[in-house]
Ligand binder design. Structure first.
Ligand code: 6LW
Length: 530
């Protein structure tokens, strides 16, 4: 009897130690890396889903899935059809602003604003990976919409407004307003009260909002009321999340705010929110856009929620997590030998589909040149993916089939149409040249140029927090030639403005001519770290 008990006791002690170790294992922020701002989250059973803003990129509104809140996989987009998403005239950082993601009565809802189209709308789907319905438009002028369903079955549209958060009853089937818009809470005095989400808990309506603007003064604050329309009592701990104070200075994460809450399967509360990683301490600027972060929330019954104790968060979060269920690491190399591009690839505005093919030359991605250049806020010929880390290398093998001078193709690091760097191959007087070109505001110049005799080339960009370096290789050679390096700073949000982060693009342009060069990309490799 005693003999059989001892191993069992040892097993129990061992498994308690293991559980304790894994529960204490913590996690790394950000949880979704590279330009992924304004996160909104919901849980259905044991699955968590999250959506982020995508502005002028197509398809719109990436959807992510997780089993543990820490490990996330990109599983699709909400807006994949031209009938759902018109971005043709979207300027840089126009298009789709902050979405909300909710699950109600068997359907998923994404509630969002296309500032370059008809404004506020929502779409529904039975499965978050789609297909999603066409938009149901809501005639309320604002941004950052959410839907809140009260216990009596009524549906409320909750949005930002100049003076504060507004709530309006709507008809869920048609999106029609059923009541006038009512201003319910102006926040705590920070500028731009926005990003509202309503939660009902312990007999209170809690209204979580963003304040301070989406830069260094950003924060999340919360109020509560027994009545949906207020008055809202200000949480004494406000702001419950910010780095715009003494404790947040010197933190490599800045600009935190715009949060959403979720209750996990074990009853614990968590928040997802946006923030940005600065390239170096104290001379603050950022290039990766605003990313998605995670922190635990302590929310006792009847009490106020506290984010990670004092509203300060870290890259290395030493907090207990749910049991971790990581996904397989994504492969670094895209060989362009399948029928579809992976979800990481985006177009800039609605694509002109005939300009792209994975079939014309099997194993290659063909991009037909557009007469538009990357300097125009137009439907350019480009696919791009997010720069997700400061340290990376990106390379591609390119063949440019061109009959006319001035046609080009290559790799771009693009923040917006006035801030981008290109490493490109161009046809010029029956030769080819490889160029490093800079567009920064009103400055546009060729930083380096070398003549090459072939229309085939391998291009490579290496990134560090402070600079990008540019290299090329003639196929068959083992040597890499360098074209020099450029500062990351001039593509930063602080210089370029806007809401997006750097994208790494493969593109082709005929520089205003009606000719149609074809660029064949054999592969693309994106490796994090150097
Ligand atoms: C978004 C607003 C904001 O609509 O930036 O972070 C805007 N805050 O809430 C675009 O992301």
């Amino acid at each position: 009897m005693t003999k059989s008990i001892i191993p069992n006791i040892l097993m129990v002690i061992f498994s308690l130690i293991i559980t304790h170790i894994s529960a204490q294992s913590g996690f790394q922020n950000p949880i979704i890396r590279g330009f992924n701002p304004d996160p909104s989250i919901c849980r259905v059973g044991e699955d968590y889903y999250l959506v982020t803003s995508s502005f002028e990129y197509f398809p719109g509104l990436p959807i992510y899935h997780s089993k543990d809140l820490v490990n996330w996989r990109h599983v699709g987009h909400c807006l994949t059809r031209d009938s759902q998403l018109s971005l043709q005239t979207a300027t840089a950082s126009g298009g789709l602003y902050a979405p909300s993601l909710r699950y109600y009565d068997g359907l998923f809802y994404v509630i969002c604003t296309n500032v370059s189209d008809r404004g506020n709308f929502y779409c529904t789907a039975e499965n978050p990976t789609g297909p999603w319905s066409d938009p149901i438009w809501v005639d309320i002028k604002s941004i950052d919409p959410d839907i809140f369903w009260d216990d009596d079955g009524k549906t409320y549209f909750v949005t930002q407004g100049d003076e504060g958060i507004r709530i309006t009853e709507i008809d869920l089937k048609t999106g029609q307003k059923l009541s006038p818009e009512r201003l319910v809470w102006g926040g705590t005095g920070g500028r731009f009260p926005e990003a509202p989400h309503v939660y009902k808990k312990d007999g209170y309506y809690y209204l979580l909002i963003g304040e301070g603007g989406t830069e260094y003064m950003h924060s999340a604050t919360i109020g509560r009321s027994k009545n949906l329309f207020g008055p809202y009592e200000n949480c004494p701990l406000n702001p419950i999340l910010t780095h715009a104070n003494r404790m947040g200075q010197g933190n490599p994460i800045q600009g935190i705010g715009h949060a959403d809450f979720v209750q996990a399967t074990d009853g614990s509360w968590w928040t997802v929110f946006l923030g940005f990683r600065v390239t170096q301490m104290y001379t603050y600027y950022h290039i990766l856009g605003r990313e998605t972060f995670l922190a635990p929330v302590d929310w006792p019954e009847g009490g106020w929620p506290q984010v990670n104790g004092n509203g300060i968060v870290y890259l290395d979060m030493k907090v207990p997590t749910l049991p971790l269920q990581p996904f397989a690491e994504p492969t670094t190399r895209t060989d362009f030998d399948s029928d579809m591009l992976g979800f990481e690839w985006q177009f800039l505005r609605n694509p002109i589909r005939e300009n792209y093919s994975l079939h014309e030359r099997p194993g290659f991605f063909r991009i037909t040149a557009s007469s538009n250049t990357l300097d125009e806020a137009a439907q350019v010929s480009m696919i791009c993916r997010r720069q997700t880390e400061h340290e990376f290398s990106a390379s591609t093998s390119l063949e440019l089939v061109s009959q006319t001078d001035d046609e080009e193709a290559g790799v771009t690091l693009i923040q917006n149409n006035t801030h981008h760097y290109e490493l490109l191959l161009k046809r010029e007087k029956k030769h080819y040249v490889v160029q490093l070109r800079v567009s920064v505001g009103s400055l546009r110049y060729i930083a380096a140029e070398k003549m090459v005799h072939d229309n085939k080339i391998v291009l490579r960009i290496e990134g560090t927090p402070l600079s990008y370096s540019f290299h090329y290789q003639i196929p068959g050679d083992t040597n890499w030639e360098s074209l020099g390096s450029l500062d990351t700073r001039y593509l930063s949000t602080e210089v370029a403005g806007g809401f997006t982060g750097i994208m790494i693009g493969l593109y082709s342009s005929s520089n205003g001519k009606p000719t149609r060069a074809k660029a064949f990309f054999d592969w693309f490799d994106y490796t994090v770290g150097i």
